[in-house]
Ligand binder design. Structure first.
Ligand code: HEC
Ligand code: HEC
Length: 458
């Protein structure tokens, strides 16, 4: 008799326990789905103008010092005086420090309409037909003393007008990049501008398992949803291997270190063991005459410190996630097909650098599949980077989107900063994303506003 009662009690107790744990795990799942911690445990609650420059929340104390050193190197102005520290600038270059493009570790801005110069843009020469041997892959609009810069650029904007299906009009501005002055002979290829991006959560992006990226890809659109993303494949000189590309607007860099040594070389003119030659084409005699000191300008130690810094910048937390309108905005985001490319969440794997193990196994919400998508003729460059063709662009991560205005003072979206609002960025989506853009055009005004409210909470 006693035994029976005890047995029933035990059964009862275990069923309650199971129900309790099931509830707990579903609460945990919900918490994960609606978490404000876009960068997992690295996330910081910061909504100030420094929201893109804070160290990961879970950065171990022992790395604080390296982070501070890296921050200093990110701000350092490289110079052309062989007797000084940080020598090696140029001979031709775009800017003399990382921070002069990545303002407050955020984005660079194109010049205002009708303003001369290139502002914070980098000017790429399209290489689709042939390389410009007198220039290389970029036009450097600055140079050290006694060397002529490569040229001057002007940007004209073409205004494109349209209407939403409810009749409300909109205007878009399409930049045309024109070379005003060539200093080393004519350039036949087209040119194109790109803005620097915010560098939050880079280490987390590096830690997304390659397997996840490959699983998202659907190069032949087998599921027939009109979307056929494919990964870029790229030779990464820092690990001497071909890998899936992750960084840059065309995913043409395989690792953070690869991105850093390319930035030093192409944007600032600094050599490293990975790119040991200065960028002086044969015809640029005054450039070549400056190469007195042939040694490597940034040691591998410097590269590693900058790479560490760049890897561990926190992702800012989302705001207002308890607001029911923001969750309605998420539904609209999903229904418009945005989440097919801007994949909402993923779990990081294991970073190959064991010092970065605090980035492993994090539930993150980067809103990207890191894949290349055909985005249509209007956004195209005429270049090839890795396997990416002109119309193909990497899905831009959307975390931090709502804080760009705060950090940069202005919002300038898409690869060349042509979009002056989130609305304009969506309206430029073409190619595989045209279905989404058309859904946006057809939406009620109140739904467009809810969608944008949601995007501003990221
Ligand atoms: C002249 C402007 C300029 C300078 C200087 C510059 N960058 Fe960049 N940065 C860019 C642009 C433009 C891109 C996008 C490049 C592309 O599309 O391939 C970029 C991309 C990046 C990315 C990848 C971002 C992403 O979302 O994939 C990182 C990381 C980065 N830069 C770090 C640095 C570091 C570190 C330095 C200094 C050593 C530096 N940059 C200097 C313009 C600049
Ligand atoms: C087919 C894939 C795809 C779909 C679908 C898609 N996007 Fe994008 N999105 C991209 C790519 C690729 C870029 C970068 C394009 C560029 O810079 O030229 C981008 C850029 C953006 C940007 C600018 C980000 C930045 O950092 O400048 C925003 C905002 C954005 N998308 C929102 C949306 C919204 C909202 C939807 C749904 C209405 C959507 N996207 C649908 C692929 C897609």
């Amino acid at each position: 008799m006693y035994k029976k009662i005890i047995n029933t009690l035990i059964k009862y107790f275990f069923s309650i326990l199971i129900i309790f744990f099931m509830n707990l795990s579903s609460i945990a799942q919900q918490a994960n789905k609606y978490s404000s911690l876009s960068g997992g445990e690295t996330t910081r609650k910061d909504i100030t103008t420094n929201a893109f420059s804070k160290p990961a929340k879970n950065l171990p104390l022992k790395f604080r010092q390296v982070f501070t050193e890296g921050n200093k190197l990110f701000k350092v102005d490289w110079n052309s005086n062989p007797n000084q520290k940080f020598y090696g600038l140029g001979p031709t270059f775009t800017q003399s420090s990382c921070i002069s493009c990545h303002i407050k570790d955020g984005r660079s801005l194109p010049p205002d309409i009708n303003k001369k110069g290139i502002g914070g843009l980098s000017i790429f020469i399209n290489n689709y037909f042939k390389d410009e041997i007198n220039y290389g892959n970029k036009i450097d609009t600055k140079a050290i003393t006694n060397v002529k810069e490569e040229g001057d650029i002007i940007i004209n904007y073409e205004i494109i007008k349209g209407n939403f299906s409810d009749g409300i009009p909109y205007k878009l501005f399409k930049p045309n990049f024109i070379i005003e002055k060539y200093n080393y002979g004519q350039i036949k290829n087209k040119i194109h501008g790109r803005v620097a991006t915010q560098i939050i959560g880079m280490g987390l992006i590096e830690t997304i398992p390659e397997k996840s990226i490959l699983e998202w890809s659907d190069p032949f659109d087998k599921d027939e949803d009109g979307i056929s993303g494919r990964p870029n494949f790229i030779y990464d000189p820092t690990i001497k291997k071909e890998v899936v590309g992750r960084f840059g607007w065309k995913a043409s860099k395989g690792s953070i270190k690869h991105q850093v040594v390319s930035a030093l070389h192409e944007d600032i003119g600094i050599t490293t063991i990975f790119f040991p030659k200065n960028r002086c084409p044969e015809k640029q005699v005054d450039c070549k005459s400056q190469l007195i000191n042939k040694s490597i300008e940034a040691s591998e130690n410097i590269v590693d410190i900058i790479s560490f810094y760049t890897s561990v910048i926190a992702v800012p937390a989302r705001r207002g996630i308890d607001n029911k309108y923001i969750e309605e905005g998420r539904e609209i985001f999903i229904n418009a097909g945005c989440a097919k490319c801007h994949i909402q969440s993923v779990k990081t794997g294991k970073n190959s650098n064991s010092q970065l193990d605090f980035l492993n196994n994090q539930n993150i919400q980067p809103f990207t599949d890191l894949l290349l998508h055909d985005m249509g003729e209007e956004l195209a460059e005429y270049s090839k980077e890795g396997i990416a063709y002109g119309k193909e662009w990497r899905t831009a991560p959307l975390w931090g989107l709502g804080l760009i205005q705060k950090v940069n003072g202005k919002i300038r979206l898409l690869h060349d900063g042509r979009a002056r609002s989130i609305q304009e960025a969506i309206l430029w989506h073409g190619g595989e994303a045209k279905i989404s853009r058309d859904k946006f055009l057809m939406m009620k005004k109140s739904n467009r506003e809810l969608l944008i409210k949601f995007l501003e909470s990221l």
